[in-house]
Design a protein around this ligand. Structure first.
Ligand SMILES: NC(=O)c1ccc[n+]([C@@H]2O[C@H](COP(=O)([O-])OP(=O)(O)OC[C@H]3O[C@@H](n4cnc5c(N)ncnc54)[C@H](O)[C@@H]3O)[C@@H](O)[C@H]2O)c1
Length: 331
């Protein structure tokens, strides 16, 4: 049985839906619902929901996690649970170290005690820090410049250690910017407050916020705004399934980038969003934010080679799915 931490969150719930598309499959979800939504799992419909065993608990609750692993004969883990805002992590480092790092170490302790050795981890391009070249491949030095990036880096290091000492098989998937929503419109992105660009652009299109604030238009890019690599959440889910298949074949300790290799500037996202929504989007430019780099784009050759993975969604389709969700969001 597969255990999914953070399975009620944005990316986790899209993974759960994709995983359950295999008839008869079941998952155990451990989520404390601090950021996640019970509705995300209930929205999937009775047939899927009855194959989800939701345990409302913290990953640091060793007793409950151990009980769940034993009761459901868990043999592999998808580890999505964690806090994921760079700005918050700088304001509250202790919270991030405790939840992300200490929480993960407790999860790993329980896995170790029960002999569970396969895990796919949600890592991040934030582990690289300031890019020395673009696009970034997995050999780029890891010098995280935020507390958030550092927490992901430390968890990766712990996983390499379990690989070396205990023969664990792990894949750290370093996502770039997750975006979009499931085409069904049943699930999508719902963070409070929402800081990610695409949902904020669409909230401005909807009139839910008065304008979109863009931080800096004087970067060394063609139009002066930052370039990021937006990868559709269902493409991420697909990569997770492939990573799990890999772990079932052989022992690995790998880190793999997940992006589209096609960077888009903030202005490009806004222009495409205007086309997709047919609405005007009010924009105000302000000063650069500390810590934002001009360009973050993935080199995804390794994902193609090792996982046979290629993103299916381009930016327009990603924005279309996000807009579909934004207009009819359920939570
Ligand atoms: N969204 C992105 O662009 C992005 C990019 C790179 C990496 N990631 C990583 O991917 C993972 C999922 O991101 P997301 O955008 O779906 O975030 P999310 O906040 O929507 O989902 C995280 C889930 O984990 C749960 N959770 C958090 N701490 C927990 C704990 N201690 N115990 C149990 N459950 C806990 C939350 O309730 C939530 O359901 C995170 O680890 C994040 O750092 C996200």
């Amino acid at each position: 049985m597969l255990l999914v931490t953070g399975g009620a969150g944005y990316i986790g719930s899209h993974f759960v839906k994709e995983y359950l598309s295999k008839p008869g499959s079941e998952v155990v979800v451990v989520d404390n619902l601090i950021e996640g939504h019970r509705r995300a799992l209930h929205s999937l419909g009775d047939e899927l929901t009855k194959r989800i065993h939701l345990i409302e608990a913290d990953i640091a609750d060793e007793r409950t996690v151990a009980d769940a692993m034993e009761r459901y004969y868990v043999d592999s883990v998808m580890h999505f649970a964690g806090f994921c805002y760079v700005g918050d992590s700088e304001a509250e480092p202790s919270r991030y170290f405790e939840n992300n790092v200490a929480g993960s170490l407790k999860l790993f302790k329980v896995m170790d005690a029960l002999g569970v050795k396969k895990l796919v981890f949600s890592s991040s391009c934030a582990t690289y820090g300031d890019p020395q070249y673009a696009p970034l491949d997995e050999l780029h030095p890891q010098n995280p410049v935020s507390v958030y990036g550092l927490t992901k880096y430390l968890i990766e290091q712990a996983l390499w250690s379990y690989g070396r000492t205990k023969n664990w098989s792990t894949v750290c998937l370093r996502y770039f910017n997750a975006a979009g929503a499931d085409e069904s419109g049943l699930i999508g992105e719902s963070h409070e407050p929402e800081t990610h660009l695409i949902p904020r652009v669409l909230k401005a299109a909807k009139g839910e916020i008065d304008h979109l604030e863009v931080f800096g238009d004087d970067y060394e890019t063609d139009d002066g705004t930052c370039i990021r690599d937006y990868v559709h959440v269902n493409d991420l889910a697909d990569a997770h399934i492939r990573a799990l298949d890999l772990l079932n074949v052989k022992t690995y300790s790998e880190a793999i980038n997940l992006g589209t290799a096609d960077g888009a500037s903030v202005k490009r996202v806004i222009d495409l969003s205007k086309e997709v929504t047919g609405r005007d989007i009010k924009v105000k430019y302000s000063k650069r934010r500390p810590g934002d780099v001009a360009k973050l784009v993935a080199n995804c050759s390794k994902a193609k080679e090792l996982l046979g993975w290629q993103p299916k969604y381009d930016l327009r389709k990603t924005i279309e799915t996000a807009w579909n969700w934004e207009q009819n969001r359920r939570y």
